[in-house]
Design a protein around this ligand. Structure first.
Ligand code: GLP
Length: 239
């Protein structure tokens, strides 16, 4: 595990963007696993800037996103497809057909989960996975549980996750209660993982995840088992 301390959010975003762009420069056909949430926004902004300067080229890149709310269609501003289009894809030279987000509007959610896993396999898995962490230690929408869920699945969001994510919605009652999330196996099979953490509030859960017991009650703790994990964090104290 590589632990990189960033002095502020801008520094964190530039460091993460540097690592992602190095991946794309070295492997122009890279498969990037991407995340939503407030943490990666600065990383995407930096990558957009470098793409506009032609320092990094996304034309051959494929992306797979971690998760999507069930019941929100891509035109809904709170859907993760909308987030990705507006915060990243619409501003870079990526082929939109090569960007993938689970379909939260699928009639058969179980089928959609299977389709998503098959898709990840068919593109050869993920070269580099960008991750954030939830306040309760969730990664993607893999919530604390009694076992690690391996494959893409439908999840009931925990009250604390709904509470944390309500800031993006007008009303807490508008926050979907279900999501589709990539499973722990697909995340752990990524050849490299970059976890970004930008908040003092997440210091304790990050410490527990990286140095505490590996347990499904702290989903991010599984990342300790990954052989190529980079953690970039910005908190008042160093770990
Ligand atoms: C959501 C996403 C996660 C993300 C988490 C933290 O729950 N499903 O992938 O890591 O939010 O988000 P933020 O970066 O806004 O704290």
């Amino acid at each position: 595990m590589k632990l990189i301390y960033a002095k502020d959010y801008n520094d964190l975003s530039r460091k993460a963007a540097n690592i992602l762009s190095a991946q794309v420069i070295l492997h122009p056909r890279a498969v990037l696993g991407l995340a939503t949430g407030s943490s990666p926004i600065g990383t995407y902004k930096q990558l957009i800037e470098w793409n506009k300067k032609q320092d990094v080229d996304f034309s051959k890149v494929t992306t797979v996103n971690l998760d999507e709310y069930v019941g929100l269609d891509p035109s809904n501003e709170q859907s993760y497809r909308y987030f990705m289009d507006n915060n990243f894809f619409n501003h870079i030279n990526i082929n939109k057909a090569n960007t993938n987000v689970p379909n939260g509007m699928a009639v058969d959610i179980e089928e959609e989960c299977k389709r998503y896993d098959a898709l990840i396999n068919s593109i050869g898995g993920i070269d580099m996975q960008l991750l954030g962490i939830g306040n309760n230690g969730h990664i993607a929408f893999n919530e604390p549980d009694e076992a690690f869920e391996k494959t893409t699945h439908k999840v009931s969001l925990k009250p604390e996750t709904i509470e944390a994510n309500k800031r993006f919605f007008n009303n807490i009652s508008d926050v979907p209660i279900f999501a589709i999330t990539m499973g722990i196996k697909s995340i752990m099979q990524a050849r490299s993982i970059v976890l970004i953490v930008n908040s003092n509030d997440k210091y304790d859960i990050l410490k527990q995840s990286l140095f505490g017991p590996v347990t499904p009650s702290v989903p991010a703790s599984i990342l300790q088992m990954h052989s190529n994990l980079t953690v970039i964090y910005c908190c008042d104290k160093e770990l």
